[in-house]
Every structure is written in C-alpha cells, then in structure tokens.
Design a protein around this ligand. Structure first.
Ligand SMILES: [Zn+2]
Length: 368
C-alpha cells in the first residue's frame, strides 16, 4: 500500500470497489478497507464489523457473529454512530425474535399485573421521595410517571465551557428512560419522566460534576451518606474520577440520591457522552444494579445464557448492549420491569450479587 494516501482514501476506494459486480474488484475493495482498518480508521472499523456480520469476510478465529460484535463495539467506542445504530438495531431484532419463542403474542389488556397475576400498584411520592413513581391506568393505557427535581451542585463554575449545555445533556440523559415498553409477559406500559430544576431544599436528586475542585466537597457528602463499606468503595472512585451514583446507605425510595458525573473533557463539553453517562447513573437512582463485570467492585458479570431475555443484547465477553452494562446501550423492557419492582417492593433490583449481599431481581429469567 502507498503510505502517501490517507487511510480514509483507501476506505473510500474500498467502498466504491465493493459495489462492483466483478468479484476480483470486490476483493480488492475488501483489501483496501482492511488496510484502512489496520490504520485505525474509525469508519473502516465499522465497515469490517458489518462485513463480518454479513459473512463477506471470515474472522481468523472465533465465532463470526461474536467477532463482528467486538469490532462494532470498538467502532462505537471510537465514536461511530453507524456502529452504534447497527448494534442497537441488531440486538433489538435478536431480542424480539428470541422473545417471540417464549412469550405469548397475545397482549393482555387492562391494569398491569405481575408475573403471578397480582395487580401492580405503585404510588411513591412525598417530601422524602427523591424520585416520585406513580403507576396509573387511564383510557386503557398503563403509565409509569417518574417525577424528579434535580439540583446541580458546583464548585468553580468557570471550568465549564457552557453550563446550560452541560445541564441539558444530563437532564436529557435522564429523559432517555421515557418510552413505550412491554413488561410482565407482554403488557404494554408507557414511561414518562418529568424533570424539574426547582430550587428546593429537600426531595432532590443531586448532580455533582466531578473535577478536582469538587473532590473535597464530595468526600464530605460520601462520608455523610455512606456506610463504611460504601466509603471504601466510593472514595477510590472519586480519585479515579469515575462517574457513579451514591444512593444513601442502601437504596430505597426514600434514600438520598447523588449522581457524580465525570467528563472526558476538562471543560465538560462532551455532551453526547455526558447524556449517556447520566442515563446509566439515573438507572441506579431508579433502583437498578450494574450489569457489567467489575473486579474492583466484586461484580462477576453475567455470562451469556444466564437470563434468556438478555441474550439478544449480548455482544461478547459478559458485555451486553444494555444501559446498565454499557451506558451507551438502550433501556430495555427488562430494565423497566426492574424499576417497577424496585418501587413496588422498595428494594434495589440486581442483575448479579455483589459483596454487599442481596438477591437477584425476580424479573430476570422470566421474559419481559
Ligand atoms: Zn453503574
């Protein structure tokens, strides 16, 4: 290959050649794309994932589908929106196909019932309920309404390139939980998230952007809300600047809820990323545990095949295209089922046990 040409030029030439009918030209096209891939061209990484998925090229080793997912994840991590949307469409289609095998196609009408047929009733609101959750049934529609007042806590505001855009990114990440879902054997439910930013003294979800200036203040907050074990776990996160949610001594509808947000940019202007981080951390405020593997937190991760309704979203190596595993991933039916159970039972819903004991969510392994 000629090094004077950019990897992007090889990739574009490769794409053009792939459209030819002559097989020799097409294989030349693949060579060009692979060259651009070897030079870490992001679009070429995406294209290689797609070529693997379609069977145009074969991996040197391993399952072709899993290798394709790995490559597409890498492209998505490098910022390829094409890879992100292909991963979402692909895992969603697999999820739906998988579910059709297990769940009756008939959609149950009427007020929501759980797996055992017991009516689900949720009305969590009041002065010491940072996230209000109310389940209603009106005009034939089940609706879970989540109301939350957000208070941002800042140290030095001059760090931010645009504080309004930062706040919007965080709030829109929380709004991403809105949508139409199917829970407890295919019953339809609408989720509405109403976010306000009133200046209230109590009953808030607090957002704390994580930067050097704030570490002192954060340490104090963690010491005030956490148990000894939580402090041991959270203090290193503050120093590594990882995003996380502190949800009081133990999650409950009444526990205090703080979301600590880090940015890859020193001026907090990576808005797409911030939005997805807020989406994941808000999941913790809603009572969900993590799905990813994390040795430092003694989380073992979840193997493929453990819960069949998650398998559609499985990508590779205990990695799922789901919001509580990868903050870029979508919110699933199962996540909403777990939110409903968290608020009904006043108990955190976990995908996997951790050292702070606790059982697995009863939503898992039972379809959506
Ligand atoms: Zn998390």
């Amino acid at each position: 290959m000629n090094d004077s040409l950019s990897p992007g030029a090889y990739r574009e030439a490769g794409k053009a050649l792939l459209r030819c009918s002559d097989p020799e030209l097409r294989s030349e096209g693949i060579k060009n794309i692979l060259y651009a891939y070897s030079k870490n061209d992001v679009e070429a990484i995406y294209l290689v994932g797609e070529l693997l998925l379609c069977g145009f090229i074969k991996p040197i080793e391993g399952d072709p589908e899993e290798q394709a997912m790995k490559v597409l994840c890498r492209a998505a991590r490098c910022g390829s929106l094409q890879a992100r949307s292909l991963l979402n469409a692909y895992s969603n289609a697999r999820y739906t196909a998988n579910l059709d095998k297990h769940v009756s196609a008939q959609v149950r009408q009427g007020p929501l019932v759980d797996f055992d047929g017991t009516p689900v009733s949720i009305s969590r609101k009041g002065l010491f309920t940072p996230v209000d959750a109310v389940l209603s049934y009106e005009n034939g529609v089940n609706c879970l309404t989540l109301n939350v007042n957000v208070v941002f806590m800042y140290g030095d505001k001059s760090v931010f390139s645009d504080i309004g855009k930062f706040e919007n990114a965080v709030l829109s990440g929380m709004k991403e939980w809105e949508g139409e879902y199917r829970v407890f054997n295919n019953q339809e439910i609408k989720v509405a998230v109403n976010v306000t930013t009133e200046n209230r003294l109590f009953d808030n979800v607090y957002i704390l952007p994580l930067y050097d200036d704030m570490k002192d203040l954060m340490g104090k907050i963690v010491n005030a809300v956490g148990t000894k074990e939580a402090k041991k776990r959270i203090n290193p996160m503050i120093f590594d600047s990882r995003s996380f949610a502190a949800i009081g001594r133990k999650w409950s509808v009444h526990s205090r809820k703080f979301i600590f947000i880090k940015s890859d940019s020193s001026t907090f202007d990576d808005y797409e990323e911030l939005k997805d981080v807020a989406k994941h951390e808000f999941g913790h405020a809603l009572g969900l545990g993590d799905l990813y593997e994390d040795a430092s937190d003694q989380l073992k991760g979840v193997e493929k095949g453990t819960y069949y309704e998650l398998d559609g979203y499985y990508l590779s190596d205990k990695f799922y295209n789901l919001v509580m595993c990868d903050h870029h991933g979508p919110v699933s039916n199962n996540d909403i089922e777990m939110v409903l159970l968290a608020f009904r039972e006043n108990k955190m819903q976990k995908y996997q046990p951790d050292k702070f004991k606790g059982s697995i969510s009863s939503a898992l392994g039972r379809g959506n």
